[in-house]
Design a binder for this molecule. Structure first.
Ligand code: DAH
Length: 344
């Protein structure tokens, strides 16, 4: 028995577990209900009274040693769990993270900008808070034009004593700023946010986005306008997309037109997106009215040019079949994450 105990004592002193599982096996082996110590005590019952005196003490000391060693090792593993630095598993895969996606309006705006950049257009911007001159008067809006009415325009009340300040209703105001501040030729597109006093619904919003285009030089004709916009549509909606121009009216262009494209959803055969006409309107355009050129100190005898303006929401709706304008500004992630076409 003494020999056995000596052997176990050496084993216990040398025991150095690598993890908590090994320590638990140690506990079961020595201190468990069917363990070595229990077994030794069982053997102890059958030894003679003389031996009992000797071994009683030895056995109790051995038991204490095993318990003390177990407790000591348990402490060590406990402190490793509490101290994460020593508990890092470098083989675990890293935490994943979600990539954002571009807003559909940004995707489409970038696409429009790219197409016109390839044609040599530069990008220009202007202020969203405008005055009557840049938003209306310089653009040849008659004094009594209904678009100046409070119903359409958000006026800003008495700004530094002025009462002609408003949120711009269209990006055409940037044309004026560009022509006033530079010298022809001009070849620019002007994306931006615009505001109108409209009740919010699936089909109207109090703010939306436009891209304005302006090309002024000597001898620019309506044929240039048609070819430029025709090319734009082929690039945006694909080769073979048909276009048609319908006469229209804008104060700042003469002649003016609206441009339709063959329905981007049904290809022209008729669907509820094009109201079964096969055509959808995408922009307004025309030759810049000489009055506008003169208002911006440009010689209208020497220079001519064309302008156009389109709503980015409209183009986006036609591209992705979106039927409710409110989706664009509600920031619903379920909507936004469908546009993961480009990594930011
Ligand atoms: N500013 C017009 C609007 O908001 C759009 C427009 C039409 C712009 C014709 C133009 C143009 O430059 O030539 O409805």
């Amino acid at each position: 028995m003494q020999e056995q105990i000596d052997q176990y004592t050496t084993e216990i002193n040398a025991f150095s577990p690598a993890n908590a599982d090994e320590l638990e096996s140690f506990r079961i082996k020595f201190l468990g209900t069917k363990g070595i110590i229990k077994d030794l005590f069982d053997q102890f019952k059958s030894v003679g009274p003389e031996e009992k005196r000797v071994f009683g003490k030895v056995l109790n000391q051995f038991k204490q040693l095993a318990e003390a060693r177990y407790q000591e090792l348990q402490e060590k593993f406990k402190s490793e769990v509490e101290n994460p630095a020593s508990n890092i598993d470098l083989t675990l895969p890293g935490d994943g993270f979600n990539l954002g996606s571009r807003h559909p309006l940004s995707l489409v705006r970038n696409e429009i900008v790219d197409i016109f950049k390839r044609l040599g257009f530069v990008v220009a911007e202007g202020p969203e808070i405008e005055d009557d001159w840049h938003n209306f008067s310089a653009l040849n809006f008659p004094e009594e034009h209904p678009a100046r009415d409070m119903q359409d325009t958000f006026f800003i009340k008495k700004n530094n004593g002025r009462d002609d300040v408003a949120l711009r209703t269209h990006t055409s105001s940037v044309q004026v700023r560009m022509m006033e501040n530079g010298k022809p030729p001009f070849r620019a597109i002007m994306p931006g946010r615009v505001y109108r006093n409209e009740a919010i619904s699936a089909r109207a919003h109090c703010f939306f986005h436009q891209v304005e285009g302006l090309y002024i030089d000597e001898n620019v004709s309506f044929a240039d306008l048609k070819q430029t916009l025709y090319h734009f549509v082929q690039e945006l909606y694909g080769e073979g997309t048909k276009v048609r121009f319908r006469p229209s009216y804008f104060p700042f262009t003469e002649p003016s037109a609206e441009m339709d494209v063959s329905c981007t959803i049904c290809g022209g055969s008729g669907c509820n997106m094009c109201k079964y006409t096969g055509w959808v309107e995408i922009l307004g355009c025309g030759m810049v009215d000489p009055n506008v050129l003169e208002n911006c100190n440009i010689d209208s005898k020497k220079y001519t040019g064309f302008a156009f303006g389109m709503g980015i929401e409209r183009i986006t709706n036609l591209k992705y079949v979106i039927r409710d304008l409110r989706l664009f500004s509600e920031n619903d992630v379920r909507f936004l994450k469908q546009f993961q076409t480009e990594i930011i």
